[in-house]
Write a protein of this length. Structure first.
Length: 426
């Protein structure tokens, strides 16, 4: 009798045939071959998402337009290049819980962070601190540190990092506690939507409330959150957010990034780093010397859109519209829940799960620590790769595994758990 794949994770029952089933879009992706000629078990969509077949078509279509239309492609054809980035706007607004004028596809994540800090970090002698999580992704910390120095301030006193607790997790109340006691010194809060090392997801509305109680703007790094968990940036009152599209969005290596600026900041009369693409669209090509910012997030653009790295994004967003984020999230919870169950039951003596397991506190990724220590962890990680299971390693001792619901399946999760058990006990 064929086994009906039904998983009970918490109260969620997922049947393989339903539209909430993980892996429903697997045949729309190219799965890299494994060492024995089969397919890899690819749990690394939190780092670089797999290639959607539509992305290949989209890039080829733009190359063809370039060849056949040359400069006229800027204004003519089915998707002219001048307003090309706008083709991503509605899809990004849906994924981030934003109004369309609040989002824009542009640049890359760290560049967008610098652009946002230029506008939103306005330190005064009394109030110059930026608060972020300790152990943040290094690029964010580099950006913050350099921005503090740019204002002639000292990062040693102005960069405040909220420490995780013994469980290696950050607790929203620790941020709240800091802000309650030192809020009058804080110029800005930067927080992740999902923390890259631990996979922990945060209550963004709560973080925004805590920052706003002390009149500090809040920015969110959504690198690991967009396309992974459901977001509601507008209603959560986030001031700005930045993200990349090469992870869960599957727009390819070096894909164009994204940014959100809340409507209440439009029109924006503070400082910004300007360029001609952020100029009002109607008069941009009049070549006037004065910069008149476009309305909304588009006003932060600097250069014309990078067509070849935006094409895969637009194509990939179509898959998200088809799949629908609430359904994907259900599939993701079931998939990661299955992984958590397998590890806890089969490998609980050997492996600790660092990621919190309550559904609202994680996305697709589980961060695993081998209890025997760093070298045993590293060895397991390398052996898994040798057997075609692709996750990634984050220093000092974390193996990150992120089954993603567009293309990963329950069967892959089960095979991973079985294999990890064999390898760790070998
Ligand atoms: C959480 C986080 N922030 C920032 C970055 C840097 O992104 P980019 O190279 O696109 O600036 C990354 C890259 O993986 C990331 O994971």
């Amino acid at each position: 009798m064929r086994r009906t794949l039904a998983q009970t994770v918490g109260m969620t029952i997922i049947h393989s045939e339903t539209e909430h089933a993980p892996g429903r879009f697997r045949d729309r992706f190219r799965i890299p071959p494994g060492p024995g000629g089969g397919e890899t078990i690819y749990f690394c969509g939190n780092s670089l998402g797999l290639q959607p077949l539509v992305a290949v078509d989209a890039v080829q279509a733009e190359l063809e337009r370039w060849g056949s239309m040359a400069v006229t492609g800027h204004f003519d054809g089915p998707m002219p290049w001048v307003p090309y980035h706008k083709n991503a706007t509605d899809g990004l607004a849906r994924l981030t819980g934003a109004k369309p004028q609040e989002v824009v596809a542009m640049n890359t994540l760290t560049t967008n962070l610098h652009l946002m800090l230029t506008s939103f970090y306005r330190p005064t002698p009394e109030r110059g601190r930026i608060v972020m999580e300790q152990g943040a992704f290094p690029s964010d910390r580099h950006a913050i540190e350099s921005q503090i120095r740019l204002h002639g301030l000292d990062p040693h006193s102005q960069l405040i990092e909220i420490a995780p607790r013994e469980d290696r997790l950050h607790h929203e109340e620790d941020l709240e506690h800091y802000l309650e006691h030192h809020g009058e010194r804080v110029a800005l809060v930067l927080w992740p939507g999902v923390q890259y090392a631990t996979g922990q997801a945060f209550d963004l509305a709560r973080i925004a409330r805590a920052a706003h109680r002390v009149d500090a703007p809040v920015g969110i790094d959504l690198a690991h959150a967009i396309g992974n968990i459901e977001l509601d940036l507008h209603n959560d009152e986030i001031d700005f957010a930045i993200w990349c599209h090469y992870k869960y969005i599957n727009a390819g290596p070096g894909a164009v990034g994204g940014a959100f600026v809340h409507n209440r900041h439009h029109p924006f009369d503070g400082p910004r780093l300007a360029g001609w693409w952020g100029h009002e669209e109607d008069s941009r090509f009049k070549m006037a010397p004065t910069h008149r910012p476009a309305k909304g997030a588009e006003g932060w653009q600097i250069s014309g859109p990078p067509i070849l790295s935006t094409a895969p994004l637009i194509a990939s967003l179509g898959l998200f519209d088809e799949a629908q984020m609430p359904k994907l999230r259900q599939a993701s919870l079931a998939l990661t829940g299955r992984l958590a169950q397998g590890i806890t039951h089969e490998l609980g003596d050997e492996i600790e799960i660092i990621t919190p397991l309550e559904p609202h506190r994680h996305g697709a990724q589980l961060s695993l620590k081998v209890k025997a220590g760093r070298s045993a962890g590293r060895q397991l990680f390398e052996r898994l790769i040798g057997h075609g299971v692709i996750g990634d390693w984050r220093e000092p001792d974390i193996i990150r595994m992120a089954p993603t619901p567009l293309y990963n399946t329950f069967d892959e999760v089960d095979r991973f758990v079985e294999l990890a058990g064999k390898l760790i006990r070998a």
